[in-house]
Design a protein. Structure first.
Length: 93
């Protein structure tokens, strides 16, 4: 087999593996945290715009949960920890 073709196939395979390894950072609704606290936390931790944070907060409120960020586990875990330290329930799924 041509080494160039083999290299391209390996790169394609690695990209496919990386794409399927995408996780969701999900924030769950609770009866304790205010809208303002959740919005400020999403802006600070996830680097959301105020509009994004507000939309996510409404979804959390009405749907019970919202995916606030996607990425690798390594990217999302520090964000999850910071959100949880702020007293908000979050999980990586």
């Amino acid at each position: 087999m041509n080494p160039e073709v083999e290299q391209l196939e390996l790169v394609d395979l690695l990209e496919a593996i990386q794409i399927t390894d995408v996780k969701d950072l999900v924030v769950f609704n609770d009866d304790f945290n205010t809208f303002e606290h959740v919005i400020k936390t999403l802006i600070r931790v996830c680097k959301h715009t105020p509009e994004q944070a507000e939309q996510c907060t409404w979804l959390i409120h009405y749907k019970g949960k919202c995916t606030v960020r996607t990425g690798s586990f390594e990217e999302l875990d520090p964000m999850r920890e910071a959100i949880c330290e702020a007293g908000i329930d979050a999980k990586i799924i």
